[in-house]
Unconditional design. Structure first.
Length: 131
């Protein structure tokens, strides 16, 4: 039961972060392209990659805190279901070019973010003197 509270707290914080950042970005970009969700998906992939790589190879973070940060925060922060909805809406509106750009950028750059997160975590681990 205690672990569920860690996930719940992390999810709440992640959801609030997603809501705030996505809305902030979208207000500045305008409604023509779901840039807020794109940024959330990319930064969420980076963050999850870094956290998973670092916390699984480190004893500095407890399993409960790791779960709060990954399953909780990152799960509440990332918006893949929103990605699919917005892509479907672009396709239904006949915006095939924008939908293709959105799909390609989301997948390719999010994967790049994940590997960049791995690299940053590896550097952090190296700075601590651990293999």
């Amino acid at each position: 039961m205690k672990l569920l509270w860690y996930v719940a707290i992390g999810s709440a914080l992640g959801g609030v972060a997603r809501f705030g950042l996505s809305g902030f970005i979208q207000q500045r970009v305008g409604p023509g392209f779901p840039m807020g969700t794109l940024v959330i998906n990319i930064t969420g992939s980076f963050l999850l990659g870094m956290l998973m790589r670092y916390t699984l190879q480190s004893e500095i973070v407890s399993p409960e805190v790791r779960t709060m940060l990954t399953t909780g925060f990152c799960g509440g922060y990332t918006t893949f279901s929103t990605f699919t909805y917005e892509t479907a809406m672009l396709l239904e509106d006949g915006e095939y070019g924008r939908a293709s750009l959105y799909i390609g950028a989301s997948v390719a750059i999010a994967l790049l973010g994940m590997f960049l997160g791995f690299a940053v975590a590896n550097q952090l681990i190296g700075l601590r003197g651990r293999p």
